[in-house]
Design a protein around this ligand. Structure first.
Ligand code: HEC
Length: 143
């Protein structure tokens, strides 16, 4: 009985060590976030914003006098406390689903609902680079 107990104890110890190690990895999400922020290709993000978002939005100082009607500038959106979440999921917030698709995330567009203007298709990597670039933009100062 005794050797059996010892094996069980060793196994349990291994299990707890593994569990603690996994917990530590799970508890350090910042590592991953910093790594992906550094890895973001800001030049590609900027090019994507210029190509796609300036169609409707004023983006930084790319198109100060551009943008469509009441579409908020990115600087204005960034004054909202939850701007980051809004950008993270912009493609599901109206009006974007009518024109934007993220490959592997968005559902296929139904044939009876074609994009109302030229379709914007982003890969997940392009989305990350775009969000990385938007991170670098200043927020508007309305004072
Ligand atoms: C076809 C025009 C159009 C294009 C292209 C477009 N947007 Fe928008 N976007 C809008 C409009 C209009 C609103 C305001 C919606 C509202 O007030 O409900 C908006 C709002 C937003 C918001 C705030 C959403 C919210 O509900 O708070 C974000 C974030 C955003 N856009 C990101 C982007 C990004 C990033 C791109 C480029 C990949 C982009 N948009 C391209 C028209 C557009």
């Amino acid at each position: 009985m005794k050797p059996m107990m010892t094996i069980m104890t060793v196994l349990m110890r291994g299990f707890w060590l593994a569990a603690i190690a996994m917990g530590l990895i799970a508890l350090s999400p910042h590592q991953g976030m910093i790594a992906s922020a550094v890895a973001a290709d800001l030049d590609q993000g900027q090019a994507l914003a210029r190509m796609h978002c300036t169609r409707c939005h004023v983006v930084g100082d790319m198109n100060k006098y551009g943008g469509i009607g009441s579409t908020p500038s990115f600087g204005a959106i960034k004054t909202m406390p939850d701007w980051q979440e809004r950008f993270d999921i912009f493609y599901i917030l109206p009006p974007h689903p009518a024109v934007v698709r993220v490959e592997g995330i968005s559902e296929k567009r139904p044939e009876h609902l074609p994009a109302f203007t030229k379709q914007i298709t982003l890969t997940i990597e392009e989305l990350e680079n775009l969000l990385g670039f938007i991170n670098t933009l200043p927020k508007a100062n309305f004072n």
